[in-house]
Design a protein. Structure first.
Length: 269
């Protein structure tokens, strides 16, 4: 099988239908598998999963799911990895969505550019399904080391997990980024200039309550796994922190266009 897609859910009744529908509405016609790892939801998420089983079957999509307590998203993803049979594996949140041509585009790009570890594209950031056009996550690499990557909906060569292992569950927010730091300068990334996914801005790494924790985890991963110097890791930490603060201020006081200019300025570093 070419593709495996994994979603972790927990009390996701308000958003998960949109995620499921985005997989059902793909223009990609080959068989792929979709794996849902639920963390023992207490709302109607499990009922929704059961209701969608037949819909995936009708579309000839190999659908697997389990529901049991877990210790976080990376614990759930590691469970999902053990259930995959695809050569290329993606993770998409229970409030994120693939655009209709996403899998077709990835299949085309991967098939003509084999032997990369990681394939990524552009991600639209949305707020309650309304696009925020000022924000686009882009692949960024400096001095041979990864600075940022658009992880939502991107595809990993399954050989990468065999080489570097699964997700480190000590991380609660940036474990996906930490895994991609392990090969250091040897990670082979293929990035293409198309939008393939929509990501809700309300995720934990975008939540103002978790900004400092996210940035601290990023700094730890860069130093301990990526081999970044403490000076450079701290510089990135304060750059991100100030960008978040000033962009929020500019958007609130000066308008979206000015906040976009500030955001672009900080991204230079």
């Amino acid at each position: 099988m070419f593709f495996s897609v994994i979603t972790a859910t927990y009390n996701s009744q308000k958003t998960v239908k949109g995620t499921f529908d985005s997989l059902l509405n793909q223009t990609y016609t080959d068989v792929f598998e979709y794996i849902v790892i639920d963390g023992n939801s207490q709302d109607s998420t499990i009922d929704i999963i059961k209701n969608y089983e037949s819909k995936f079957k009708e579309k000839n999509i190999n659908f697997k799911w389990i529901s049991e307590p877990d210790t976080g998203v990376y614990n759930a993803w590691n469970k999902g990895l053990k259930m995959t049979s695809g050569s290329y594996i993606a993770f998409i949140g229970s409030d994120d969505r693939f655009l209709p041509d996403a899998l077709s585009l990835y299949h085309q790009k991967i098939s003509t550019n084999l032997n990369y570890d990681y394939y990524c594209s552009k991600v639209k950031i949305v707020d309650n399904n309304i696009p925020i056009s000022a924000y686009v996550i882009a692949y960024c690499k400096r001095n041979g080391m990864i600075k940022s990557l658009p992880h939502v909906g991107s595809f990993h060569n399954s050989k990468l997990f065999k080489s570097v292992g699964h997700f480190n569950e000590e991380y609660k927010i940036v474990g996906d980024y930490e895994l991609l730091l392990r090969p250091k300068t040897q990670l082979k990334v293929y990035s293409f200039d198309y939008f393939t996914t929509e990501m809700e801005i309300g995720g934990i790494s975008n939540n103002p309550k978790f900004v400092k924790k996210t940035l601290l985890e990023l700094k730890r991963a860069r130093i301990e796994t990526g081999g970044f110097s403490i000076f450079y890791a701290n510089m990135l930490y304060y750059n991100h922190f100030l960008r978040i603060k000033y962009v929020a201020f500019a958007k609130r006081i000066l308008g979206v266009n000015f906040s976009t200019k500030i955001n672009k300025y900080f991204k230079k570093f």
